[in-house]
Design a protein around this ligand. Structure first.
Ligand SMILES: Nc1nc2c(c(=O)[nH]1)N[C@H]1C(S)=C(S)[C@@H](COP(=O)(O)O)O[C@H]1N2
Ligand SMILES: [Mo]
Length: 495
């Protein structure tokens, strides 16, 4: 019986931990909880809320845990008397949890993963513990009582610890969510110019011109984002400067904010990949902060550090040449979300994220490339990372019917501007595509081409040319050390 309870504890703990890491809303326990809430008749829900107030969710979880302990005990007894009945019960419980997780609104197939962890850990621990309890047969002696007790306690302990870690992690994110909800951002002192009509062709399947925050790619070295309290946040501006200083969040908000649109991209983006997005950022100009600190002659780099230990080396020149390099506090009209660096992050047009886009920012150190290296530079990436001119075919994919087909996508050359996009079909000539309106040289540009598709399999390739006349190279390069190159190529079946 204890073995059953212990394996239930270990399983649930491991599953919750997996959920906390993978996708907090996929927690098997909370999913089952939500399912229970959904299935609970209204009068009972009202009664529970009346009795427990905002503690209603705690009550529900407590009930579920007690229920799980009882079912775990039953599984332990069943497994001992009639194997594999206990393991079958564990599988059934995991199926319920997995089913609850994937049927939630907005759930993805991967949300079943934490329940699979539940299942694996539950079955393994139960089988192992019961094997130890059951006499090992005529020849062997039984296991020592001590090993059973230690095993049971270890499994239960591990489960409780994992569950506790998961709960602690999500409590932190609730605190950040509350802090974000309290932030009131000022209106921009310098609003972004209105988006010109025609920046988007509106071709279905092409990435939206402004990437919705919820779809914006996320890349960082943290399993769970650092949880910073804006009331305690302070930025240190230091290094080779005449006047080092510290600035707090309210002071930063009061600096007079700029609204700008910038396409941000990860150096790990493969040719044709989607680690790229465009947002409207609200932030304080970095050059104003640097002007206040007064960099000394000879300094050529700003090393920025985030609360997760990440750092980026950004050329001082890029931060002071007048482009919209900002300490962003807002994204797409909202407060900067925790996953994207709340409360403050850097956004710099023209550079890959790993050398410019420090999230959960805490420190700006004015220094030199010859004196300091950043996180990815010590791991095989180059110290400087200007974004490479590139383009992508978003549609069509797979197969289409013969006739006129719209081929479309995006091209980018941040802080230089896209001059031209061309498409090549099979071994044909490069043909000019139609370009959408340009919002600014700091954001991507849509393109389209009306193709009369004939039956068969065709290969489409795209290439862009930037404002300086540079033509996108066909030479294939890996993402390391300074960004992938090559032409995005897609195969289309027409029939
Ligand atoms: N603190 C911190 N900032 C970071 C990173 C990180 O790991 N930690 N990753 C960088 C990288 S590699 C990229 S591409 C961008 C991604 O920003 P996003 O997650 O908001 O899209 O953040 C940058 N800023
Ligand atoms: Mo990145």
């Amino acid at each position: 019986m204890c073995a059953g309870v212990a394996s239930a504890a270990a399983a649930v703990g491991a599953g919750e931990l997996a959920a906390a890491v993978l996708h907090p809303s996929a927690s098997p326990l909370l999913s089952v909880g939500s399912l229970v809430i959904d299935l609970t008749p209204g009068f009972l829900k009202a009664a529970v809320i009346a009795a427990f107030g905002t503690g209603d969710k705690g009550f529900l979880i407590a009930v579920l845990l007690v229920l799980l302990a009882v079912l775990g005990a039953a599984a332990g007894l069943a497994e001992l008397r009639r194997p594999p009945a206990g393991r079958v019960l564990v599988v059934l419980l995991a199926v319920v949890a997995g089913g609850a997780a994937v049927t939630r609104q907005g759930a993805a197939v991967v949300d079943v993963a934490p329940s699979l962890v539940d299942l694996a850990v539950g079955v393994l621990v139960l089988a192992a513990l019961v094997r130890r309890i059951r006499p090992a047969g005529a020849a062997g002696g039984g296991p020592s009582r001590r090993s059973v007790v230690v095993g049971t306690a270890a499994a239960a302990g591990a489960g409780l610890l994992a569950g506790w870690a998961a709960t602690a992690a999500s409590a932190g994110s609730r605190r950040v969510a509350a802090a974000i909800a309290r932030v009131r951002l000022p209106a921009p002192e310098r609003p972004a110019p209105p988006l010109p009509a025609g920046v988007s062709f509106g071709v279905p399947g092409v990435a939206p011109f402004i990437t919705p925050t919820s779809d914006f790619y996320r890349i960082d070295i943290s399993l769970a984002p650092p949880q910073l309290d804006p009331a305690a946040w302070e930025l240190e501006v230091t290094g080779e400067v005449e006047r080092p200083f510290r600035i707090r969040y309210p002071e930063l908000l009061a600096m007079g904010l700029t609204e700008s649109r910038t396409t941000l991209m990860c150096v790990s983006n493969e040719v044709g990949g989607d680690l790229i997005g465009t947002a409207t950022w609200l932030g304080a100009p970095i050059r104003d902060l640097l002007a206040r600190a007064r960099p000394r002659a000879g300094a050529d780099m700003v090393l920025s550090t985030g609360a997760d230990g990440f750092s980026a080396s950004t050329p001082l020149e890029v931060l002071t040449d007048g482009r919209n390099a900002v300490l962003a506090v807002g994204m797409n009209g909202g407060v900067l979300p925790d996953l994207h660096g709340f409360p403050v992050r850097m956004v710099v047009p023209g550079l890959y994220g790993y050398v410019s886009a420090t999230k959960w920012l805490q420190r700006l150190e004015v220094t030199r490339f010859s004196a300091a290296t950043a996180y990815w530079t010590t791991r095989g990436y180059s110290a400087r990372g200007p974004v490479k001119l590139s383009s992508r075919i978003d549609v069509p994919g797979g197969s289409v019917a013969p006739g006129v087909v719209t081929v479309a996508g995006v091209a980018w050359a941040q802080h230089t501007g896209v001059e031209r996009v061309q498409l090549r079909i099979d071994d044909g000539p490069w043909r000019d595509c139609e370009l959408a309106a340009e919002a600014s040289i700091d954001v991507w540009r849509q393109w389209r081409y009306r193709w009369t598709a004939t039956r068969g399999t065709h290969v489409l390739r795209v290439r862009a040319t930037d404002r300086t006349g540079l033509v996108q190279t066909a030479r294939v390069a890996d993402v390391a050390p300074d960004g992938a190159t090559g032409l995005h190529t897609v195969q289309v079946r027409v029939g």
